[in-house]
Design a protein around this ligand. Structure first.
Ligand code: HEM
Ligand code: HEM
Length: 213
């Protein structure tokens, strides 16, 4: 169920919204995607480029599972909404009382799904270029996927800043601390810090051993 906030009727406090695994996922995904993008053109960084690509792939795999079994706001059932709901949110932005969500807003959620899909597509097309008998156009497809992804990342960051201003909350800080101002009963109870640490260690381990091998 969506958590639409009614700020006038409920008492607000700071609550935990993004658990540790979501935050570790987000910042390591951001680092690996940006890292893969800047190393893509150079033959010297071929190995690093591919390792960062596999890290991104592993993170997307993890997030698909966490979207099913994770905490409240991490779940797909919480933020994947029908087009009608996305449109209702857009329309509400033009009114005096824009809809406000504790988790991802419906437009942000569309961007989140596209970001994950385009990351997966970038990895797939990149991997296909490596086959012995790979057709030339896989390189083309990889380049297009990666550039579309980076364009969407820019849109995503602008959207985050814009949404922060519209709703008077610092979304960037929330993705760092996990906390937002919201009615006390809307917060998540568990943080899953140990799992977040495990994800982080797995990424570090993979980068370290893959690069040394
Ligand atoms: C395991 C995953 C990946 C593999 C195996 C891979 C592989 C490759 C290879 C072999 C090339 C050189 C292609 C050529 O000959 O021009 C390349 C280029 C490139 N890759 Fe990846 N890649 C992966 C993931 C990613 C991701 C996630 C991004 C995300 C932004 C990315 C962005 C780029 C870019 C921008 C280029 C340069 C394209 C160009 O201008 O020619 N790659 N990649
Ligand atoms: C470096 C600049 C970036 C900033 C400041 C940033 C900020 C944020 C923020 C604040 C959110 C939460 C949005 C909300 O409250 O609804 C978010 C979510 C998300 N961002 Fe970024 N982001 C950045 C880069 C990236 C990159 C490079 C990617 C790569 C694909 C990415 C993918 C995502 C995804 C998938 C989510 C959803 C997180 C989840 O539900 O697990 N972001 N980002």
């Amino acid at each position: 169920m969506d958590t639409l906030m009614n700020l006038t009727e409920t008492e607000n406090t700071t609550v935990k919204v993004w658990d540790w695994p979501v935050r570790v996922f987000h910042w390591t995904l951001a680092a690996s995607v940006i890292g893969a993008f800047v190393t893509g053109e150079s033959e010297d960084f071929e190995r690093l480029h591919q390792t960062l690509g596999w890290v991104a792939a592993g993170l997307i795999g993890f997030r698909l599972v966490w979207g099913l079994i994770g905490t409240r706001y991490a779940r797909f059932t919480e933020f994947v909404r029908p087009p009608k709901a996305v449109w209702a949110y857009v329309k509400s932005l033009r009114s005096d009382r824009p809809q406000h969500f504790v988790g991802h807003n419906p437009v942000g959620a569309v961007a989140v799904i596209l970001l994950m899909g385009l990351t997966a597509l970038s990895v797939y097309t990149g991997w296909m270029t490596l086959a012995d008998d790979a057709a030339e156009w896989w390189e083309e497809a990889h380049e297009i996927a990666a550039h579309t992804l980076i364009t969407l990342v820019l849109v995503h960051v602008i959207g985050v800043l814009w949404s922060s201003r519209t709703h008077g909350e610092n979304l960037l800080k929330a993705m760092l601390t996990g906390r937002k101002t919201a009615p006390s009963e809307t917060g998540i109870r568990r943080n899953w810090g140990v799992l977040g640490l495990a994800v982080l260690l797995a990424v570090v381990w993979f980068v370290f051993f893959d690069l040394r091998a």
